[in-house]
Write a protein that binds this ligand. Structure first.
Ligand SMILES: Cc1cc2nc3c(=O)[nH]c(=O)nc-3n(C[C@H](O)[C@H](O)[C@H](O)COP(=O)(O)O)c2cc1C
Length: 97
């Protein structure tokens, strides 16, 4: 389950838009259900996403706007976290790696 507050209605009162700002919503849904829960909201650093999972705050980290800034964020994050063997660059890009 992807827990997003949306932010698409002008009357919404979302407290802040800083790092991890929607993660508490995912935590609450995770505690209340047996569903696998993904957290979104202000995740822009590989170590930040990694910590969310390691600290059991969510089952997976979802990265929105950072993927608009860096479409290869996942690949770059894997490299930064030393997990290159867990992801694969598109075949066409291998010569550039
Ligand atoms: C282009 C764009 C479209 C979005 N569309 C939706 C949407 O249709 N429904 C929704 O619940 N959230 C939508 N969101 C909000 C995201 O799900 C997410 O809550 C928000 O971008 C915060 O995560 P981020 O900091 O990783 O971007 C959208 C965000 C962006 C940038």
């Amino acid at each position: 389950m992807d827990v997003s507050a949306g932010g698409i209605h002008p009357d919404q009162q979302i407290p802040s838009a800083g790092p991890n700002y929607q993660i508490p919503y995912a935590e609450r849904v995770g505690v209340a259900t047996d569903a696998l829960v993904g957290a979104v909201g202000g995740i822009s650093e590989p170590a930040q996403a990694d910590a969310l999972i390691r600290n059991d705050r969510a089952d997976f980290a979802i990265v929105g706007r950072e993927h608009l800034r860096d479409p290869y964020f996942t690949l770059h994050a894997a490299e930064e976290l030393g997990a290159e063997d867990r992801v694969e660059w598109p075949v066409q890009y291998r010569r550039a790696v």
